[in-house]
Design a protein around this ligand. Sequence first.
Ligand SMILES: *Cc1c(COP(=O)(O)O)cnc(C)c1O
Length: 343
Amino acid sequence: MEKKSIDWANLGFGYVQTDKRYVANYKDGAWDAGTLTEDATITMSECAGVLQYAQTIFEGMKAYTTEDGRTVVFRPELNAQRMVDSALRMEMPPFPVERFLDAIEQVVRANYAYVPPYGSGASLYLRPFMFGSGPVIGVKPSTEYQFRVFSTPVGPYFKGGAKPLTIRVSDFDRAAPNGTGHIKAGLNYAMSLHAIVTAHDEGFDENLYLDAGTHTKVEETGGANFLFVTKDGTIVTPKSGSILPSITRRSLMYVAKEYLGLKTEEREVMMDEVSEFAECGLCGTAAVISPVGKIVDHGKEICFPSGMTEMGPITKKLYDTLTGIQLGRLEAPEGWIREIKIK
Ligand SMILES: *Cc1c(COP(=O)(O)O)cnc(C)c1O
């Protein structure tokens, strides 16, 4: 199958409609067989649970081409399991892990022409999501749901080098203790939009959210987990029940320990100790790691020794090792790379 003629390297992160998407519907207590469709639109009740009470969850992952030409996805069963966890917290019927993996495979295969070639830095972003489609007016879970997976090609995250970010400590909270911060629910993003728009207006790239209970501990940004590097080379990531368990962060912690022989700690990180770290990065599917050069805490600047021009040396090693594993240049741990056979 021919690839599309797209200027892969200059694609941004935006929606480009591709040929086919997967749809399954839940009704009368069961999921239907599911199918691929060319219809990129959704028609539903004006009273759908998602429209009235935001009953919706999602995932984000990428398909890409390895050095030896295979089409692969990275640890998709972790996305499948996380979506089950999100569904249970939102009183939605989980979409079975095996069916999730099959849906991903079908969508990648059907849109193979949009999977960017090796070396372009681009990838095919996959967006599984599920929402309450049946009518609800009294506050309760919907009785009908739709699960979909669409794909959209996205460009390289770092165009012309990874420039370190400047972020601010937000006065807004992202997630309540015992709330929904640990699941991938659309509602966590709806309520973060005001904080991100005002951060951008004030010249910051992102918000650092503190724990909502005490405002003393580092949680995460709107869409990425923190990794810090201590002056003696230990990798530290915040531990909290209201952080979204990033698959990239979990993979980087493994890589730090098993591939790079570094010490790793998942523990509470006090805002007060952040100025003592040597490097800071944000991890998520989109960028793998974005370096942070500066954190502004109500006028007080914390400038990391790694500076504002390039990634810190250990952040760079982590980035190179994980992307090397993903792209097939380094041997992957068992089960991390799932090949999608294109027939
Ligand atoms: C999706 C997401 C992340 C990153 O998770 P990955 O699995 O690494 O893509 C981090 N924080 C939040 C709030 C998220 O929604």
